[in-house]
Design a binder for this molecule. Sequence first.
Ligand SMILES: [Zn+2]
Length: 369
Amino acid sequence: MVTTTKCYNGSSMSYQIFDGHNDVLFRLFLKNKINAHEDFLQGDNEGHLDLPRMEEAGFRGGFFAIYVPSPEVKVDSSDKPIRYDEMKKDKYSLPLPDLIGSDQALPIVIRKISLLSQIEKHSQGKVKICLSGSDLEKSFQERSLSVLMHIEGAECIDDNFYNLEALYRSGLRSLGPVWSRPTIFGEGVPFAFPHSPDTGKGLTNKGIELIKHCNDLKIIVDNSHLNEKGFWDIAKYSHNPLVATHSNAHQLCPHTRNLTNKQLDAIKETKGMVGVNFAPAFLRSDGKMIAETNIQIVVDHFKYFIDYLGEDCVGLGSDFDGAMMPQDLSSVLGMKKLINLMMDQGFDDQLMNKLCHQNWIGLAKRILS
Ligand SMILES: [Zn+2]
């Protein structure tokens, strides 16, 4: 069992958080400086996440994404190359960048792994890269920031899979075959609204091989960003629970990035997990990426998933430092507001603990040996 962890901050109660997706490594990488780890550890007060703010908010761990930006696409500050101006329109379908090769992607991935390692090394025990489910549970109970290393888009893995074993040895425990942009393993969804996630072909033969390698190594396979045919290929070839670390309900927001009821049925059947994403475009029924978005809609997606999947298959999947956030969640400190809103609407103590961390940690214990 995962221990129940809560504490009182003044008049409000807060819960310890383990989250399905953040991009703080991408934000720090964009600074292009040798001591970016110090900015994180000491707190640069930029973007959505740094260690002091995470500690204040009870944010004790999560999947830390390693993402490779496309060279031809300009990125600014913490934004991925998604054109938010286009995503404010009633309808949109944004073209995706071209595929990039493993020789181009691998050096960037190595730099981000080094950055994460520096963060752990200089944290005086406050940050721990976790390698197994029990490792994660122990670290979380000891109140270290408990990191699961995740690669979002498998561009860095070559078609002979030589790099995969080395990345595993470096701490990799979760992998998404695509970040929307195509890879040699499959196709992701373009950012389109309103639209079904059924946007293209399924996994390639190499993609099916990748899933088998991940199963053998006990690496979590992430379905977020993958198109629907790719999802069904993973459902067919993977013997692990189905996971979408940061995706919402297509029934409430018909965006390509979200999950249909049929996909949710399969996730439930395998006792998998979905992490609720805070990006407005994946929450709102009008699909618009605008910060002026009431966080009640985050609670609505939680309620929908709980009704559909039960209490054990849903958690957080914030996308902090990887996407625009609603204004009340303009940094991790906004989590208290969201937690209070959930409690005001009848989410009891046991449920809050499941949603805030227990379900994710339970999944890690089921998949990671
Ligand atoms: Zn993402």
